[in-house]
Design a protein. Structure first.
Length: 327
């Protein structure tokens, strides 16, 4: 799976491509920081305008909106270009995997589900990495940038439970995010979600294979097909039930998450020690830090699918190596 980064043929795409993607994501995060600053200034201006009529001019108001449009326009342009380039980058990664599978397909075709591994799982791997991989890197960058910003904004204001401790907001975000993530990882492990995804794909692969064989062999139906579809139905229904339990915990936590910043800021808001603009900056920065730390939580279903795909491809490659050693 990772020959892409070891092969000379793909070295330019692998390493230069990675550098371009990382640099572009960093630019996006820097623009996001500027947008956060804009929110503080804009909402302070709104508070002034609403409190004192004609305290600001129309020129100032439109100018503030134009500055946001400029920042947002640059962000959109960079995001679109990064997405386009990342798609090409990951297709090359998939191509490097497929290239090797093709070279050993005389042995691979004898392994159960070989066609599905080479075609379906490689494209799943690249598509999941396109969203999951880039969002992980972006989350880490956002955490690095917004962590000190949140500390700076929370100095000198009272925080629920922590008082005026300067690290109160960050600690609150850590406790809430890490606690929720650990809870859902434990729930996913208890429900064996990675295992159920793996079993589901194996049953689907067996069912599809018998259908392909049945296209040319009329003796294969209907009993064999019915038995395999019964297995498919059974594993899907089990999957639905386990995800039902998991989603109760996940969705309930994410709904409660909406109020977390307001809970921690309650003493400062009630005491009126912060302006509307500062409150918006804090809530947005808190959301960015919290969101980055909740990466595993929010991406859990996709992570489970990636783990299942990785497990199947690793098992496939191990069988190929075993065959090579026996040859």
């Amino acid at each position: 799976m990772f020959r892409f980064f070891k092969s000379r043929e793909w070295a330019l795409w692998a390493w230069l491509g990675s550098a371009i993607i990382l640099s572009s994501l960093w630019v996006q995060v820097q623009i996001d920081v500027k947008i956060n600053e804009w929110f503080g200034q804009f909402y302070d201006m709104i508070q002034t305008a609403l409190g004192t009529p004609n305290a600001i001019t129309m020129q100032e108001y439109w100018g503030s909106l134009l500055s946001f449009i400029t920042l947002a326009g640059i962000y959109v342009l960079v995001a679109v270009l990064v997405s386009y380039f990342t798609s090409h980058f990951l297709f090359r990664w998939r191509a490097s995997m497929v290239e090797w599978y093709h070279s050993v397909y005389d042995r691979a075709r004898k392994i159960e589900g070989a066609a599905q591994r080479v075609q379906e799982d490689t494209i799943k791997f690249s598509r999941i990495m396109e969203t999951l991989g880039t969002s992980l890197i972006e989350s880490l960058m956002i955490l690095i940038e917004f962590f000190p910003i949140l500390i700076g904004l929370s100095i000198g204001i009272p925080i629920f439970f922590f008082g005026e401790w300067e690290y109160g907001l960050v600690t609150g975000a850590l406790i809430w995010s890490i606690g929720g993530t650990i809870f859902l990882i434990g729930l996913g492990w208890l429900l064996r979600l990675v295992g159920i995804e793996y079993d589901l794909q194996k049953k689907e692969a067996a069912y599809r294979k018998i259908l392909v064989i049945a296209e040319d062999d009329e003796t294969i139906r209907p009993k064999s097909i019915d038995e395999l579809f019964h297995d498919v139905r059974s594993i899907h229904f089990t999957s639905y039930l386990r995800y039902l339990y998991f989603n109760v915990g996940r969705i309930a936590y994410l709904q409660a998450n909406v109020l977390s910043a307001y809970v921690f800021l309650a003493p400062a808001i009630v005491a009126g020690v912060i302006t509307l603009g500062v409150m918006q900056q804090i809530i947005r920065a808190f959301g960015r830090v919290e969101g980055s730390m909740q990466y595993l939580l929010k991406s859990w279903p996709t992570i489970i699918e990636l783990a299942s795909v990785y497990k199947r491809l690793r098992e496939f490659e191990n069988k190929l190596k075993e065959q090579e050693q026996l040859a």
